[in-house]
Design a protein around this ligand. Structure first.
Ligand SMILES: Cc1cc2nc3c(=O)[nH]c(=O)nc-3n(C[C@H](O)[C@H](O)[C@H](O)COP(=O)(O)OP(=O)(O)OC[C@H]3O[C@@H](n4cnc5c(N)ncnc54)[C@H](O)[C@@H]3O)c2cc1C
Length: 535
């Protein structure tokens, strides 16, 4: 019995010693890692940081992260924001649909009160075809509730109205109330104007992030490298700069325009979109994602991306890869779509995915698909729709060459060289008008706001599907920390916004991408501030 007790105590002491030993090894390793810096930086002392936090990308997620980090520290934090383009806002300022917020008990409206966590979560999960990182989606939905304070109190955004978006069972999408600004621009302007006034936050434009400063075993990030494009007296000068920082948040967005580089993520993982045009900015090239991957970050969901069904083709610059969006509003107000053989082929009011897929199925690619995959269709509105859309906006599209005015369908057919299909056009219009009487047509369409006349003014756009959101990116914890391929957090490296992979499964619920930018901008800022405080 006595021997057994001694044996037991002996084993216990051995186990405790092993645990203490392992812990020491871990701590020593961590401390050692903190002292190993990229060889270029060896001559600098470990605590010789230029900034507490560097944020790469001044889209909505980057601006939100900067705002939140300042708020959490009462502006007691030295921040550098690097932005490759000459202005802030990225793709966020062009968004059209708004931002989702779970309101439930915070509002009195009957229909909103019924909204709750599981309804919003399930709407999003269903839209993404039940794929995606459920912990991140849970965080997005839960934390969206906190945006009420940020948006309505801190930023004092009054010009927002609430609508029910495609895929949402209740109204929860806040959208700009004024026609001269988008929701993303409205929020970005408010954030930027606040940040401008904070001396310890510096925003550098034309500053292209090119690499991370990281220790030799890629476990601790200690700054960034970037090139600064200075133009003095029309002479452009590029400087390579390294800057040290205690933490870095990557907010460089997605990779929908990634058709410039040799190591294109689109080409690697989403090749069906590689030759599509896009309306995303030219810096939507996944550079943050690729740099993080080179330092060991794990990428997930890269093969998922969406197309937007209708972007304008300008005949004066027909094959430019960068297009502008022809918004859903054209279809929602009663615009019709036909192919070049004069045939309608879908319910124009269907979802983006449905309309987009039908354009791909029923319209032709107009040039070598290895140069650009441009499936072209005609989108047509009449004077009543023009009026409802907004005369000024439509006139601007006409002036810019995106819409062409005709006095009849015959004139349109002649001008577009499709007169041989004029009989089909006549049939399509007659069928549409009959459908309008019956409130039903062969495509299942039930809503026909306006009939079309063969003679009378029409406005025609050539439209093509374009790359929209990409849904892959870096793997993060639900605290926004970037994880490497071995499942370990890369210390000091965080992500926010569209650079994060896997939140939305195969498709983002309308309004959820802006929510993702703001929610994860705040989360990444909080994690970075905690990390900085830990030392
Ligand atoms: C026309 C349009 C409509 C949209 N509609 C909706 C919508 O209705 N609802 C919705 O939820 N979302 C929508 N989106 C998507 C949404 O606006 C953005 O994708 C989202 O806000 C992403 O924000 P972000 O901050 O992650 O990225 P972005 O806003 O794209 O910002 C990334 C920034 O990083 C910069 N950057 C990139 N690489 C580098 C580098 N190497 N060095 C320095 N800077 C770099 C870019 O220049 C950019 O400013 C839409 C997007 C567009 C373009």
């Amino acid at each position: 019995m006595q021997i057994n007790i001694f044996l037991f105590l002996g084993i216990l002491i051995l186990i405790i010693s092993i645990i203490i030993g392992l812990k020491n090894i871990y701590h020593n390793k961590r401390a050692e890692n903190k002292n190993i810096i990229n060889h270029e930086e060896e001559n600098k002392k470990d605590n010789n940081y230029d900034y507490d936090l560097i944020i790469v990308g001044a889209g909505l997620s980057g601006l939100t992260a900067a705002y939140e980090a300042n708020k959490l520290t009462n502006n007691n934090i030295k921040i550098l924001i690097l932005e490759a383009s000459s202005t802030y806002g990225g793709n966020s300022i062009n968004e059209i649909d708004g931002i989702n917020i779970l309101l439930n008990e915070k509002r009195n409206d009957e229909s909103i009160i019924k909204d709750n966590f599981s309804i919003y979560y399930n709407d999003s999960f269903e839209f993404g075809q039940y794929l995606g990182e459920t912990d991140l989606l849970t965080k997005l939905v839960n934390k969206s509730q906190e945006l009420v304070d940020l948006i309505f109190n801190d930023l004092n955004c009054k010009d927002l109205k609430i609508v029910k978006s495609e895929g949402s069972r209740y109204p929860r999408t806040f959208i700009s109330n004024t026609s001269n600004t988008t929701t993303g621009k409205y929020l970005s302007d408010k954030l930027y104007n606040k940040l401008k006034k904070i001396n310890s936050t510096k925003i550098l434009f034309n500053s292209h992030f090119t690499d991370l400063l990281i220790n030799s075993d890629h476990t601790i990030v200690q700054g960034v490298k970037y090139t600064l494009n200075n133009s003095i007296n029309n002479i452009s000068e590029i400087k390579n700069i390294s800057v040290k920082s205690k933490s870095v948040i990557l907010c460089t967005g997605g990779y929908g325009s990634d058709f410039y580089s040799n190591e294109s993520i689109l080409n690697e993982s989403l090749v069906q979109l590689y030759y599509f045009p896009t309306f995303l900015t030219k810096f939507t090239r996944g550079e943050g994602i690729k740099i993080a991957r080179n330092k060991g970050a794990e990428l997930i969901y890269q093969r998922y991306g969406e197309i937007y069904p209708t972007c304008f083709v300008n005949l004066n610059d027909r094959f430019n890869r960068h297009k502008i969006i022809a918004s859903d509003k054209f279809r929602e107000l009663g615009g019709i779509i036909i192919n070049k053989r004069g045939k309608r082929f879908c319910d124009e009011m269907g979802t983006r995915r449905y309309v987009g897929q039908n354009i791909l199925k029923n319209c032709d690619i107009v040039t070598d698909p290895k140069i650009i995959k441009q499936y072209e269709a005609f989108m047509i509105i009449n004077s009543a729709i023009k009026k409802e859309y907004g005369e000024d906006e439509i006139n601007k599209y006409i002036n810019d060459g995106f819409l062409i005015k005709y006095n009849s369908f015959e004139e349109f057919a002649k001008d577009m060289n499709i007169s041989e299909y004029f009989d089909n056009i006549k049939k399509s219009i007659n069928n549409y008008n009959e459908g309008s009487e019956k409130k039903y047509d062969q495509f299942g369409k039930r809503n026909f706001p306006y009939k079309f006349k063969l003679k009378g003014k029409i406005y025609v756009a050539i439209v093509t599907p374009c790359t929209f959101h990409t849904l892959g990116g870096v793997r993060v914890t639900d605290e926004g920390e970037i994880i490497n391929t071995k499942g370990r957090i890369i210390d000091g490296l965080f992500a926010a916004g569209q650079i994060i992979g896997g939140i939305h499964g195969t498709m983002a619920l309308q309004g959820n991408i802006l929510t993702q930018s703001v929610v994860f901008g705040r989360i990444a800022a909080e994690s970075a501030v905690d990390y900085i405080k830990e030392g």
